[in-house]
Design a binder for this molecule. Structure first.
Ligand code: FA5
Ligand code: MG
Length: 387
């Protein structure tokens, strides 16, 4: 059912998420404080992580199994928390500084100035701590304005893990609380990686997150590159104190489920998780981890280059949003291939866009039309001068 609103046709729909009813018009409307495009709204409520036959759901269940088998204390599991959260939940509660780039409209989808589509499952740490949970896993869809390539998608899934320790747990060890938690965290995640992968090449990288210290990232070797699969660390005391845990220490992690599933199931492109093509969906079975995805004939990509003079407000995320708006999942990659500044101080960027369908071959006409629209919108929406 459709109706005209503010001069634009919008498909009416409402969905219920985590007990909250959301109407499309609550999210997608012509409002300068809202930057959620229809293509993103349409992903709300898909809940790939709750489908037991889908690689994301299969992986979630396998991780649950690991935690159930490894710990005598049960981890409380949440996979139905509403992805619309307040700016406070998404950022303030986890100590993201007021001027941090992740808060910008360039990086995050805002529903209005006080509400976002969560950009990480860490948005739920504080409320769950306040509700008295000390061991928990939170799985859900998260949303980010981001680049376009085979391992980045504007909607993906994370699983958050959180474990609180009381003083008696580390005091006997001779270690201080932070070292104790950091050791336990690495042991837990290495054990998880072994449970999921058996043998796989992995390495720890020192990292930074506002909500943990120390912080680490785990990388796994995949498609001839190191790929970051998770962030983690020892929770900042302030978060614990603010939420009723006075003498404790804790660890937390946030896993990217698509990235892990790509390695586990040999899935070469992140867009495939969203396809309804049976040649993809029929290859996976509830509870079965050993399956390797067999690509159904790979279609050739088509590359189109475009050059323009950028302006001060130009960002790559805005460009990617335009490309996705026009080409949707036919956009495979957007890559900066040339960049120079002339004597007048004008900077030119050349981007190469790869178009490819996961399901069929595209015609020249179709691609030319996509590229024509991209060029047109890049000019009008981003205010850059095409060359
Ligand atoms: C976070 O989101 C932190 N909240 C993780 C965390 C939790 C750290 C608790 C410490 C304690 P980061 O932005 O690095 O961190 O994202 C975590 C993972 O999500 C990445 O390692 C990656 O696997 C995945 N990821 C990030 N962006 C994308 C994307 N655009 N598409 C697919 N996966 C992504
Ligand atoms: Mg990261």
């Amino acid at each position: 059912c459709t109706r005209k609103k503010n001069g634009r046709l919008s498909v009416l729909s409402a969905l219920e998420l985590g007990g909250v009813k959301i109407a499309r018009d609550d999210v997608v409307r012509d409002d300068p404080t809202n930057n959620v495009p229809d293509s993103i709204f349409s992903k709300l409520g898909m809940q790939l992580h709750k489908r037991n036959q889908h690689p994301i759901g299969i992986l979630k269940n396998a991780i649950y199994e690991y935690f159930d088998a490894s710990y005598s204390t049960k981890f409380d599991k949440f996979d139905d928390l509403c992805p619309l959260v307040s700016v406070k939940q998404n950022f303030d509660d986890v100590l993201v500084p007021a001027d941090h780039i992740s808060r910008s409209y360039n990086d995050t989808y805002y529903v209005d100035s006080g509400t976002v589509l969560r950009c990480h499952t860490s948005a739920h740490q504080a409320e769950l701590l306040r509700d008295g949970h000390t061991h928990f896993l939170v799985t859900g869809d998260v949303y980010r304005r981001d680049s376009i390539d085979s391992t980045h998608y504007p909607v993906f899934h994370q699983m958050e893990g959180f474990r609180v320790f009381s003083p008696k747990e580390w005091e006997a060890s001779g270690l201080d609380g932070t070292s104790y938690a950091a050791e336990d965290l690495k042991k837990c995640l290495e054990g998880l990686a072994r449970h999921l992968f058996g043998a796989v090449e992995m390495r720890w990288i020192d990292a930074y997150f506002p909500f943990t210290n120390p912080s680490f990232e785990l990388e796994i070797y995949f498609q001839e590159k190191w790929m970051e699969v998770l962030g983690c660390g020892v929770t900042e005391q302030e978060i614990l104190r603010n939420n009723g845990q006075l003498d404790s220490v804790a660890w937390a992690f946030g896993l990217g489920l698509e990235r892990l599933a790509m390695v586990l199931f040999d899935i070469p492109d992140i867009r495939l998780f969203w396809t309804t093509d049976e040649r993809f969906t029929s290859q996976f079975t509830k509870g079965k981890m050993g399956i390797k995805f067999k690509p159904f004939s790979k279609f050739p990509p088509c590359y189109k280059d475009m050059s323009f003079w950028i302006n001060e407000s130009f960002t790559e995320n805005n460009l990617c949003e335009v490309v996705r708006g026009v080409a949707g999942d036919l956009a495979e990659e957007v890559q900066l291939i040339d960049n120079f500044t002339n004597k007048k101080g004008m900077t030119s960027h050349c981007y190469r866009i790869a178009y490819r369908s996961m399901e069929r071959s595209l015609t020249d006409e179709e691609i030319n039309e996509l590229q024509r629209k991209v060029r047109e919108q890049v000019e009008t929406k981003l205010n850059v001068e095409l060359r």
